[in-house]
Design a protein around this ligand. Structure first.
Ligand SMILES: Nc1ncnc2c1ncn2[C@@H]1O[C@H](COP(=O)(O)OP(=O)(O)OP(=O)(O)O)[C@@H](O)[C@H]1O
Length: 285
């Protein structure tokens, strides 16, 4: 489904959570939506899933506004970091409700995941640990098979092994059937290899939208004697530079081979670091 975001602004009294943001998510991909605390990620995901209205501008999904639009909302599944489900419901009833709501629901997958995550179908949501409640969210998100599935930091309390399992199943499912997955997380290093496209928000504005492979290929950290690095980066777009004991490391848009040809050390920049530098730079700009 095509998602078009046009001049989207969301204001909460004095706070501008989203400031005139425009971009398009054209095809089913795994999108990483990144940004510091308060950057506007959750606000964007809430508008995308039709939960709240924008103050100005619009989101169109295949040409339609998702707000109050059941034809669209049954194709969108948003799993947040907590409080996704009514506390008094039993696990089995949560799953039943979602199975009625989503036409694409995969009961077989839901059953498998309940076993995988060792959830008790008769337990009430309020008796689940934080990690178990997150597992239930993940099960609903995956089994919904919603053409637009949004995970907003979905794994609070989930241990590393359970998160790994989640990533594996997500990728397996995605490989068998592509859908648009919007994934927002602060554990960027852990998941960044899954992302096919990365969007970075900074204080309500979009500072980057790029294919993850291009980002990896076209950015690098170049190190060497200060004079040589200065010379090399003279006409390049610099993301950040640091000096230490006669050497300089510059984070730039450029490829590693070129830097190596100049006798400099070059290595890739993890997406997490890139996000930090890009949002720092924007702040100071
Ligand atoms: N219901 C609300 N009422 C008032 N202000 C809000 C509301 N929801 C969000 N905000 C403000 O809007 C801004 C963006 O918040 P948002 O939750 O979208 O950021 P985020 O990128 O998801 O942050 P985090 O990574 O910490 O979850 C913040 O300044 C926040 O305080």
């Amino acid at each position: 489904m095509k998602i078009e975001v046009n001049n989207l602004t969301k204001k909460y009294k004095d706070t501008i959570a989203l400031n005139n943001v425009s971009f398009t998510l054209g095809e089913p991909k795994i999108y990483g939506l990144l940004g510091r605390n308060g950057a506007g990620k959750t606000t964007f995901m809430d508008i995308l899933s039709g939960n709240i209205l924008a103050s100005e501008g619009k989101i169109l999904i295949d040409g339609e506004n998702p707000f109050d639009n059941q034809r669209l909302t049954e194709q969108i599944c948003l799993i947040k970091e907590g409080n996704n489900f009514k506390k008094d419901l039993k696990v089995k009833n949560v799953l039943k409700i979602y199975s009625f709501f989503y036409p694409t629901w995969d009961q077989e997958l839901a059953d498998e995941l309940v076993v995988e995550y060792n959830l008790n179908l008769n337990a009430k949501v309020k008796t689940l640990s934080k990690g178990m409640e997150s597992s239930l969210g993940i099960i609903v998100g995956l089994a919904s098979k919603a053409p637009i599935t949004i995970f907003d930091e979905p794994y609070i309390g989930l241990d590393a092994a359970a998160r790994k399992k989640f990533y594996e199943i997500l990728l397996e499912e995605y490989e068998t059937e592509k859908r648009t997955i919007v994934f927002s997380t602060h554990l960027i290093d852990e998941v960044s290899l899954m992302f096919e496209e990365v969007l970075i928000l900074q204080e309500g504005s979009l500072v980057l939208q790029e294919e993850a492979d291009l980002l990896r290929d076209n950015t690098c950290a170049v190190s060497g004697p200060i004079k040589d690095v200065e010379e090399f980066i003279r006409n390049k777009e610099i993301i950040e530079k640091k000096q230490l004991a006669g050497t300089m490391t510059a984070y730039i848009y450029g490829n590693m081979q070129e830097a190596s040809l100049h006798g400099l050390t070059a290595e890739g920049i993890p997406i997490q670091e890139l996000m930090i530098y890009l949002t720092e730079r924007k702040k100071g700009a």
